[in-house]
Design a binder for this molecule. Structure first.
Ligand code: PEP
Length: 259
């Protein structure tokens, strides 16, 4: 089974809508038809940028996929400050990050809430990018797999194989996010391999062979090729380095980068 790599830029709370327009245009000058044919590329700007970025992608016919960083689990209601998945779908958002460790740690998102958000995103026919990962303390205590696989079970139990096949999972060791530390490609492969095996148990071998699993945590142009050479790593969720268009383009073009 060949899985098309997916490389996603999580801009977090960076770049206003003017800067977002410039960034996506600059990125599009650096990416080629061959890049888009080889790799799915998504950008995940802040909510206030989405409409502007959607317009640029549309008008300039840029095949970068629009992503969001978060959404609420309900379709509408009295949730001051929150954004409905239905609103995102109306803006042609294709991918929604869910369960990012910053949302879990800073905003109290539990496995239960993450699972509800996945339901809500799927209902709007968007694709969740489901994040999982362990803290440094958990890694040092030998609890990496139990933590990550518990998150995966909670997110994926009772979903049918077709749904699971089309999902994206992002394994992001929390200690590697924004720290400059990266898991070695072998360590990332070991955890991602275990995630795929767990998915085979939950949803069957075909779904496990089809689901795309990204690595995230200080991905740069200097380490992407080595990560992508691993058999179970299908892409990257990129934070800091996605704000630099040249660097992000080089990451997307990992096929040309020597490890
Ligand atoms: C992230 O926030 O998902 C992330 C991986 O960030 P960074 O690439 O900056 O470590």
């Amino acid at each position: 089974m060949t899985r098309k790599p997916i490389i996603s830029g999580n801009w977090k709370m960076n770049l206003n809508h003017f800067e977002a327009i410039q960034t996506v245009q600059k990125l599009s000058y650096q990416l080629t038809k061959e890049d888009y044919a080889a790799v799915d590329v998504s950008v995940h700007p802040p909510f206030t940028d989405l409409r502007s970025v959607q317009t640029v992608l549309d008008v300039d016919e840029i095949p970068i996929k629009l992503g969001a960083q978060h959404c609420h689990q309900d379709e509408k209601g009295a949730f001051t400050g929150e954004i409905s998945p239905a609103f995102l779908a109306k803006l042609s958002v294709k991918y929604v990050i869910v369960g990012h460790s910053e949302r879990r740690e800073l905003f109290g998102e539990t496995d239960e809430i993450v699972s509800k958000k996945i339901d809500a995103i799927l209902k709007q026919e968007m694709t969740p990018i489901i994040c999982c990962g362990e803290t440094l303390q958990e890694r040092e205590a030998g609890e990496t797999e139990s933590k990550v696989l518990t998150q995966i079970r909670s997110a994926l139990t009772k979903r049918n194989a077709d749904v699971v096949s089309a999902l994206v999972v992002a394994y992001e060791p929390i200690w590697a996010i924004g720290t400059g530390l990266t898991a070695t490609s072998q360590d990332a492969q070991a955890v991602i391999g275990a995630i795929r095996a767990e998915i085979a148990d939950l949803a069957g071998a075909d779904a496990a062979a089809a689901v795309r699993i990204q690595y995230g945590g200080s991905v740069k142009s200097s380490n992407i090729a080595e990560l992508m050479a691993m058999p179970d790593i299908d892409g990257a969720l990129v934070g800091g380095a996605s704000l630099e268009t040249e660097e992000f383009a080089k990451i997307v073009q990992f096929r040309n980068v020597r490890s």
